[in-house]
Design a protein around this ligand. Structure first.
Ligand code: ZN
Ligand code: FE
Ligand code: FE
Length: 264
């Protein structure tokens, strides 16, 4: 009973393929249900990686059209929202503006507005101590969990994307963030997107996931597909990993309610 709730559309400017192609890929991969979650619009044109401020209706229409094309296949409507302090009100407004099945929270930006996943910003943040970047990133992740604005939280250790990691045991960076996630009752994403990046690892790392499991934090497994062929990308590896760590359930989402289902 596999699902994939993190996939993009060409509206964000860096994904390819119509929703219909993602659905066909999902059916081929044996998924029982999928959901789209493109990058949220910001109040003003904020960067080049998202739909324009007035394109939200177009996005909702795009998914409605896919639902019409595949009336018997469940297609969920989600949104991947950047958590940036000061924009919580904007997220609340977005939450009211469509019938979402789920909202994803993501930390891409850390102070002073570096995107940790952008090659163009990498150079400037690498001039700062890696310890500071990691601390900053997981502080933001904890604030995101505390905000309780989202149904699940994306790519937990995205900051490792380019393979830049501080030395030693890294749990010192994320135990507070994990406590915050547990306390908020949020779900964490296990994302195979990291396998396609320089780091060549699933987000999050095994020890991170073990620490999440100890705290009884629920999970959802996604691909973060930006192209149809990335739907369900390397899912066998992700399912093997979560089973090894001790997980027996993943979450399904509909109308902003999460429901556990057994991993099979
Ligand atoms: Zn993207
Ligand atoms: Fe993301
Ligand atoms: Fe994404």
């Amino acid at each position: 009973m596999r699902t994939d709730y993190h996939m993009h559309t060409p509206l964000c400017g860096h994904a390819v393929g119509a929703p219909r192609d993602y659905v066909l890929a999902a059916q081929k991969a044996g998924l029982v249900e999928i959901g789209f979650s493109d990058h949220n619009p910001m109040p003003t044109q904020f960067d080049e990686w998202r739909m324009a401020p007035d394109q939200l209706p177009q996005y909702v229409d795009l998914i409605s059209e896919a639902r019409r094309q595949f009336p018997r296949y469940p297609i969920r409507l989600g949104l991947e929202c950047d958590f940036i302090s000061g924009y919580e009100g904007h997220i609340r407004k977005l939450a009211e503006s469509a019938e979402w099945d789920y909202l994803i929270g993501s930390v891409h930006y850390i102070t002073p507005r570096w995107a940790v996943d952008s090659p163009t910003h990498l150079k400037s943040w690498l001039e700062h101590p890696l310890e500071e970047i990691w601390k900053n990133y997981f502080d933001a992740y904890a604030r995101m969990a505390e905000s309780c604005l989202f149904d699940f939280l994306a790519h937990p250790d995205l900051v490792k994307k380019y393979g830049q990691k501080p030395a030693g045991d890294l749990s010192r960076f994320y135990h507070d963030a994990l406590d915050a996630v547990a306390e908020a009752g949020a779900t964490l994403e296990v994302s195979t997107a990291g396998l396609r990046k320089d780091v060549r690892e699933i987000y999050p790392s095994r020890d991170f996931l073990e620490a999440a499991h100890q705290r009884h934090i629920p999970i959802v497994i996604n691909s973060d597909a930006h192209a149809p062929e990335e739907v369900a990308y390397e899912f066998n590896r992700a399912y093997d990993l979560v089973r090894e760590v001790g997980y027996t359930e993943v979450m399904r989402f509909e109308k902003r309610k999460a429901q556990p289902v057994e991993i099979k």
